[in-house]
Design a protein around this ligand. Structure first.
Ligand code: ADP
Length: 598
């Protein structure tokens, strides 16, 4: 081999090595470069150019073989490619640090906004429960509804920013599908009734999977937004939610959700625009219906983040259908780890003591009140140190821990409690909403996490979930009791109904039964007294109060009787027939009580 050929060989090998390195870099950067394109809005000088140049390069190599590399101009091409990539990498790093700043700014902002919002909303609720003049009540209701609206807008803006910063991660948790559907439809029942439009839930429980694995909060948000729009833009006719399982394999199901309304419709031209941020079909929409134009763009992004797609079919003056499809893994309830199923659980925690750790007096008031509503006893600690001093495992069934407090914050307090070996359920309360914050709380040892402001139902749901999955001294029943119960088939109450109601948890069922057993005698006593006093108003109220307990026992005949007495007592129907009905009711309740005690 002559010296000229030797040089050629070496250059060829070097060039191949560089190409190899380039290829790996480009392969590895593919994803980052695509992301970068979005982040810095770098429209052209990115992946496409790099891969185009690489393609030309490789095809030239193919054609000319080894000869090609002897050309200096070709080696220059490779050098240019490399510098393009390093250029892109530094832009990517810059974009990342901007995104980082944006997300921490957002997290702080949301903390700053949510804390006072929590105070406003909580105090409004408390004030509404006090003695007010009609005018005051009206003003407060207006404050309540304005703050609800404001919170929706704040959440929308935070959501959009989070999605854009690529910071919105989706949960992959099991959830009860039908419960989610009925609860989101339920939210709009009042509104639909008020507007005189029909709200139709068009799906069959048996055709749909029981448990889905995914992000229930986001699915709820998508459905909420679409149904909310449908109800908002429909003055007469109906709004229908249809859910179909389009395809089902052994593990996955492709679900199609269709929200159809008979409202104002959307023109062809506008249909292209309404998924854009801040876009409304026309400016009069804002004046007439309010809104920010963020709802649909969030819907679209959330559906797409879950690998799905949204489409719209609409005709002006006739109505609209919004259709989206998402593929979910699914399970049978028996294969899942879900234990508490009922979101509407009428949770009563008489005898349960909860340690509330909170420094803010407003939040102390709000949470104590919410806990008293479910009859829990509350003990207060004003910081983490005091919580540690006060905590008594024999007494406290659960701890609600604010995370930002003076003296000792929630993280440290939880870590110390866990280090001391206490496995009491702890719910962290914070004003932050980020995933990072949630991880921080969980890493410290909290079982659950609530970001302020939360709805009472969310708090109750978390409490019920945690109390239900732990063995608690006050809730423990000895085995003999429960076996006796399952052997004795009751006639006046429906064991399966109640068990179903509490999501299959025997322990919760027994706890509820215990509570009902202690409440019925008191109610019965009042019923008898009000009956002999002939006090219609009080009779009506006591029957109203008893209904939920009887309903979950599945005794429809007593339930119907309570309902009749309540209605009769409130109308001016003959007192004799009322007394007769109450007489029958008293007898039936006594029988029921006997059976419950047996
Ligand atoms: P917002 O409702 O807050 O204005 P959205 O993004 O949810 O924002 O909706 C954007 C626009 O799309 C609305 O302002 C409205 O003009 C139109 N739109 C959405 N849903 C419907 C619907 N069901 N019927 C008619 N118009 C709709």
């Amino acid at each position: 081999m002559g010296p000229k050929n030797e040089i050629k060989r070496i250059r060829l090998e070097q060039a191949f090595e560089r190409i190899r390195v380039l290829e790996t870099i480009i392969e590895g950067k593919q994803h980052e470069i695509t992301e970068l394109k979005i982040k810095v809005n770098e429209k052209r000088a990115s992946k496409d150019v790099v891969s185009m140049m690489l393609c030309t390069l490789l095809s030239e190599i193919d054609e000319d073989g080894g000869e090609w590399f002897t050309e200096d101009s070709n080696l220059n091409k490779i050098n240019r490619l490399q510098s393009l990539i390093s250029n892109l990498t530094s832009k990517k790093n810059a974009a990342e640090s901007i995104a980082e700043m944006k997300s921490s700014f957002l997290a702080n902002m949301s903390h700053e906004i949510r804390t006072p919002m929590n105070g406003i909303m909580g105090l409004t609720k408390l004030l509404l429960n006090t003695n007010l003049t009609e005018k005051q009540n009206e003003y407060l209701r207006a404050i309540e509804s304005s703050s609800d609206t404001l919170l929706v807008i704040i959440n929308d803006i935070l959501d959009i920013s989070k999605i854009e910063a690529g910071k919105l991660s989706l949960e992959k948790k099991e959830f009860l599908f039908i419960n989610l559907l009925s609860s989101v439809v339920g939210v709009f029942e009042g509104k639909a009734l008020e507007k005189g439009i029909e709200l139709v839930a068009n799906y069959h429980k048996n055709d749909l999977p029981e448990v889905l694995v995914g992000d229930s909060v986001r699915l709820n948000q998508i459905l909420y937004n679409l149904i909310n729009n449908a109800v908002k833009f429909t003055q007469e006719g109906s709004v229908t939610l249809t859910v179909n399982a389009v395809e089902m394999s052994g593990e996955d199901v492709l679900l199609r959700f269709t929200i159809t309304d008979t409202g104002i419709g959307i023109s062809q031209e506008q249909q292209f625009k309404i998924f854009n941020e801040f876009s409304q079909a026309n400016s009069s929409t804002t004046r007439e219906f309010g809104g920010t134009g963020l709802g649909l763009s969030i819907v679209k992004k959330l559906v797409e983040l879950q690998g799905g797609s949204v489409s719209i079919v609409s005709e002006e003056e006739k109505g609209s259908s919004f259709i989206f499809e998402i593929l979910y893994p699914f399970k049978k309830i028996s294969e899942s780890s879900i234990s508490v199923s009922n979101d509407n659980l009428d949770l009563k925690l008489g005898g349960t003591n909860i340690l509330l750790v909170e420094d803010n007096p407003v939040n102390q008031l709000v949470v104590t009140d919410l806990l008293n509503e479910i009859e829990a006893e509350v003990e207060l600690a004003v910081n983490g140190q005091e919580a540690i001093n006060l905590f008594d495992p024999e007494k406290h069934a659960l701890i609600l821990m604010d995370m930002q407090m003076p003296v000792m914050d929630g993280y440290e307090a939880i870590r110390k409690l866990r280090a001391a070996g206490f496995n009491v359920p702890i719910i962290a309360l914070t004003a932050h909403v980020s995933e990072v914050e949630m991880d921080k709380c969980k890493a410290a040892g909290a079982d659950e996490y609530l970001s302020k402001p939360y709805k009472p139902e969310e708090l109750y749901q978390k409490i019920s979930q945690l109390l239900n999955t732990r063995e608690l001294p006050s809730l423990a029943f000895d085995l003999d009791d429960s076996t006796a119960l399952s052997l004795n088939v009751p006639k006046l109450w429906d064991r399966n109904f109640l068990l179903d109601y509490v999501g299959g948890s025997e322990r919760l069922m027994l706890k509820i039964l215990d509570k009902i057993k202690s409440e019925i005698p008191k109610d019965l006593e009042m019923l008898i007294a009000f009956n002999s006093e002939l006090n219609r108003e009080k009779l009506g109220s006591i029957c109203h109060k008893m209904k939920p307990n009887i309903q979950i026992l599945g005794n429809t005949s007593i339930y119907n009787l309570l309902l009749q007495v309540e209605l009769d007592a409130r109308s001016n129907d003959g007192i004799l027939s009322l007394k007769k009905k109450v007489g029958i009711l008293i007898e039936k309740l006594k029988d029921l009580l006997e059976e419950l005690k047996a």
